[in-house]
Design a protein around this ligand. Sequence first.
Ligand code: FAD
Length: 357
Amino acid sequence: MDAMSDKKISKDFGGAAPKVTKTDAIIVGAGPVGLFAVLELGLQGIKAHVVDVLDLPGGQCAELYPDKPIYDIPALPGVTGQELIDKLMGQIAPYDPVFHMGQQAQQLEKTPEGHWRLTTTAGTVLEAPVVIVAAGNGSFVSRKPDVAGIEAFEGTSVFYSVKHKDDFKGKNVVISGGGDSALDWVLALEAAGAHVTLVHRSDTFSATPDSVAKMQALALEGRISRRTGTLAALEGKDGKLDSITIAGKDGKREELPCDALLPFYGLSIKLGPIADWGLNLNRNQVAVDTEKYQTSTPGIFAIGDINSYPGKRRIILSGFHEAALMAHAAYSIVFPGKKPGNAHSSSKPVPDKQKAP
Ligand code: FAD
C-alpha cells in the first residue's frame, strides 16, 4: 500500500473543491536537474508544470554561484552557474513548461483516481499522474533578522524579496544587510525613486567591489543614507511599519522613519514539507531505486541532489542521468498500457522550435 493513508485522502477531499490544474507531470524544484527533467519528459511527450519557492529558476547554480565556472558539464568546457541555467531554459522552452515560482510545494495527496494532487503555499493546486521531486537540499528560505514582532509586519511592510520595485517609489525604505542582494536593491530602489537607508552591522561589505563602490558614491552624493548598526525594534500597527530602531556599535539607539524594511541576510536551506509526504528518507535525502529513480511511493520520483542511493554523487551530471531514466519510467504511468519508444532524441519528433537551424 502507498505511504499515503486512505484516511488522509478522504479527509482532504471532503471540503469545497479547489480550482485544480491537471497536467502530465509536476516537477518540484527548478534547479538544473528539475529544468533538465522538463526536456527529458518533453521528449516522451509528457507536459510538465514546475514549482519553486524561489522567484527565479536555477536552484543552487543561480542562487549560490551564478558567476562561478563549472567545468564538468559535457560539451561545455567552462560555463558559469547562471549561463548553464540560461542555456537550460533556452533548451526546454520549446516544451512550454508552466512555472509556478515564489511558492513552496506544500501538501501532496493521492486522489481517488490514483493521481497526485499538489497544493502550494500560494494556493495553486496541480494534479498529475507523476510527481518528480527535484528539490535539491530542500527549499531556500530567507534568513530573518532577530528582532521581536517582525512576523506581524511580514508581507505588508517587511519583505524578503522585491517583486515590483516601483511599489517602493517615494517610500522610506530601510535595506538591511551587506551582501550582493542588499546592495543590488539599494542601487535599484534608489534609481526607482525610493528614499533608501542601508543598515549594516559593520563597515565591511561582502558584495562585489563594483556594487560597494556604487553604493558608496550614492552615499557621498547624499542620495542614500547609511547607518552602521543592527535592527533593534520595529514600531507600527496593523502590519504597517512607521519606524525602526537601530542600535549602533556604541550602544546608541536611533529611530528612523520606515515604510518598508527589506532584510537581506542570505538564504538557508530546509527540507520542509517534503519530509511529511510519507516518502522513505535516508537522513534528509529521499531514498530511490537506481532503475527508475522512483521513491518508496509509486508515481513519485526523486532526482538530483535530493535523492539517495548507494554511490550517489551530488553533481549535476548525476541528476541529468537520473532525469533521463525517470522520464522513461514515467511514460508508462502517464500513458498506461503504452511503452516508451526509441531512446534517442535524434530519432524523436521534437518541436520545430528545437530543431537545428
Ligand atoms: P538545486 O540546484 O538545489 O535546486 C533545487 C530547487 O528546488 C531549489 O531552487 C529550491 O528552491 C527548490 N525547492 C526545494 N524544495 C521545494 C519545495 N518544497 N517547493 C518548491 N521548491 C522547492 N555540481 C557540478 O556538477 N559541478 C560543479 O562544478 C559544481 N559546483 C558547485 C559549486 C557550489 C558553490 C555549490 C554550492 C554546488 C556546486 N555543484 C556543482 C553542485 C550542484 O550545484 C548541484 O548538484 C545541483 O545544483 C543540484 O541540482 P538540483 O536541481 O538537484 O537541486
